[in-house]
Write a protein that binds this ligand. Structure first.
Ligand code: AKG
Length: 279
């Protein structure tokens, strides 16, 4: 699928250089930062669409910190507002996802020829009622058998520790897959699953970013964000990529809103009607 709005034709397409050092850093540490990936105009159109999405609440929307449900009906606290697949509704977001710049960065980091989209998501922490996103890995929430999927976390606002920038445990991408963690704060914390050697390496690295800069992280990398305790909104836009070599696990994974779009059988490459090829 192509970006279908000529207004955005010149946006999100030019390549961002990913050096060999960045690739090596990502593979070793499970995350990597890139500065000034988006320019002011690109940021502006993305923020406009994301703010429209906050007002209109199309598609799958929930408070990730609440226990269960698609948050559309009952009382909403929106401590971590999650809105999925905005590319299906908003032209600037579609231009960003399909423009190719971030997908090509994922291609470089993974060495995969083709990159498919799993889904996008806006993650918003308003000042005031927000919650921390607990330490977790993404892989347990995804329907893939092999690790290897990865995310681009793009800051649409300047982010500091206090505003909920990403924090990572370097090298945790080599520690295997642990159970999913409750964003509502129920059950065990990720750290409780670790052995002593791993706990000794628990040294979180916060990555403060200017708006338009991003981090990529591997699906096994431990990550966390603080509640937003500043007086300014924190808007992040996440794109999740499927490189080659990732197959459909079919069972033993958490339910996801996109399960019924999956067209693969167990063991086949993970494909779905809503997982278009980006590069
Ligand atoms: O932005 C956040 O609070 C959490 C982000 C996250 O967990 C992710 O992008 O995988």
């Amino acid at each position: 699928m192509e970006n279908d709005n000529p207004m955005y034709d010149d946006l999100f397409k030019s390549d961002y250089p990913v050096t060999d050092d960045k690739v090596a850093f990502f593979r070793e540490n499970g995350y990597v930062r890139f500065d000034d990936v988006l320019d002011e105009r690109e940021l502006e159109v993305l923020r406009t669409d994301l703010d429209a999405a906050r007002a209109e609440r199309k598609g799958f929307v929930r408070d990730l910190a609440a226990n269960g449900g698609n948050g559309m009906g009952g009382a909403r606290k929106d401590r971590i507002l999650q809105m999925l697949n905005l590319w299906e509704h908003y032209p600037a977001i579609r231009a960003y996802v399909f423009g190719g710049r971030v997908a090509k960065m994922a291609q470089r980091l993974t060495g995969s020829e083709a990159i498919h989209l799993y889904h996008d998501q806006a993650l918003v922490k308003e000042p005031g009622p927000s919650a921390p996103s607990p330490w977790h890995q993404d892989q347990p929430y995804w329907p893939s058998k092999e690790p290897g999927m990865l995310s681009c976390w793009m800051a649409l606002d300047d982010v500091t520790v206090e505003r909920g920038c990403m924090q990572f445990i370097p090298g945790s991408n080599h520690w295997g897959e642990f159970p999913p963690i409750s964003f509502a704060g129920e059950g065990k914390a990720l750290k409780e699953y670790l052995d002593e050697a791993q706990r000794a390496k628990w040294e979180p690295v916060p990555v403060e970013l200017k708006a338009g800069s991003c981090t990529f992280h591997h699906g096994l990398t431990f990550h966390y964000t603080n509640a937003n305790t500043t007086d300014h909104i924190r808007r992040a836009f996440v794109t999740i990529f499927i490189p080659e070599g990732i197959t459909y696990a079919a069972e033993g994974k958490m339910e996801s809103p996109f399960d019924d779009s999956i067209t693969s059988k167990k063991g086949e490459p993970l494909r779905g009607a809503r997982f278009p090829q980006l590069v």
